[in-house]
Design a protein around this ligand. Structure first.
Ligand code: ZN
Length: 354
């Protein structure tokens, strides 16, 4: 009997090798939210966010499950749902990526925060007025934002090998394109994340050592992935609720370049050739409710102590001249009048000396 078993074993291995070598090899299904996606195919659906107090929601996604083996790349748009260029870029990329030639799997979240998208809110979800990108890893028994975060963590972060959390200036923010390179302290992971940040191709990269190291209070989506040992970046390209082609294109090209860097599609990545590295940043928050008038445009250089904008109250009376905390680049500044105590006015980044 032994020779018989040996023969069939050899035949099995040969058959296996043949199947592996065949184009369009039918690999394992990709499973998400109870759905199964066959290799070499594309499928769209929604992830259910359970209802509580009568309100639930869903998260629209697309899976492009390649015919060939490779990493699982999660692309998440709409954590802040008034940030439109990343959202629109994924709808374009969905049809551009061919599952027959793709190596690995692309898992796209089209609009992470659908309640916010529908109600057109900035920063916060309309059900609980929490910032989705401050409540990770979430709580499936918590408020709407916490439940969305919990579903994203279970269904997206845990299934991914690499994650890109795609943002831009919110509906009220004038912002220049940049990427957060979040430092974990683990050299190998940080080296991979650095490559990822370069591959996305945006001209400014923030070296970000400020993120919490507590997996139970990871706060940010990208940081949640990093604390699970997965390379992740947060990208920012687009501003002020606009849907301009330049910003959408930056997001499309960034994703394609990352996919080339990961060898998921053919071609050479187009990394940022000579990025501006930002080694310190500070968000300046408003101390008052009122109206903010910027005096400096996004991307401009400001000196320590320079007046960046002025706050007036609802009667038009002067409240404060808000100054730059140190010398650097204005990465973003709010571009619409409302300002509220405790909310951001602008972010200054210090340029790293070479
Ligand atoms: Zn955002």
């Amino acid at each position: 009997m032994f020779p018989e078993i040996g023969k069939s074993g050899v035949a099995g291995v040969l058959l296996g090798l043949l199947v592996l070598a065949m184009p369009g090899w039918a690999g394992e299904d990709f499973v998400i939210g109870g759905a199964r996606v066959k290799s070499g195919s594309r499928a769209s659906g929604t992830l259910a966010v359970p209802a509580k107090d009568g309100a639930g929601t869903e998260i629209p996604y697309t899976v492009i499950h390649g015919a060939k083996k490779g990493p699982v790349l999660a692309l998440v748009a709409g954590v802040h749902a008034y940030e439109y260029p990343p959202i629109l870029s994924l709808y374009r990329l969905k049809d551009m990526i061919d599952p027959k030639t793709l190596r690995g799997t692309v898992l796209m979240v089209h609009i992470a925060n659908l309640p916010s998208f529908k109600k057109r809110t900035i920063y916060y979800g309309p059900d609980d007025w929490k910032n989705l990108n401050r409540v990770f890893p979430g709580d499936i028994g918590g408020t709407m934002s916490q439940r969305i975060a919990a579903v994203l963590n279970e269904e997206v972060v845990k299934r991914a090998d690499v994650l890109v959390d795609m943002h831009c200036g919110d509906g009220n923010e004038a912002l220049i394109p940049y990427t957060y390179w979040m430092i974990s302290g683990e050299k190998r992971l940080d080296a991979k994340t650095r490559e990822l940040a370069l591959a996305f191709g945006l001209t400014h990269i923030i070296i970000d050592e400020s993120r919490t190291k507590d997996p139970k209070d990871s706060k940010y989506l990208g940081n949640t992935a990093i604390l699970q040992g997965k390379p992740a970046i947060t990208t920012e390209a687009g501003f002020l609720g606009r849907v301009d082609e330049e910003s959408i294109g930056r997001n499309v090209q960034g994703v394609l370049s990352v996919m080339r860097h990961l060898d998921m599609i053919s071609g050479d990545p187009a990394p940022a050739a000579d990025p501006v590295w930002i080694d310190k940043y500070e968000v300046v928050y408003s101390k008052h409710d009122g109206l903010f008038a910027p005096r400096v445009e996004m991307g401009y250089f400001v000196r320590q102590g320079q007046i960046v904008g002025t706050i007036t109250d609802y009667l038009g009376a002067w409240k404060e001249d808000v100054k730059a905390p140190f010398t650097g680049i204005l990465l973003y500044i709010i571009g619409t009048p409302p300002c509220n105590a405790g909310e951001p006015l602008f972010e200054v980044g210090r340029v790293k000396e070479k």
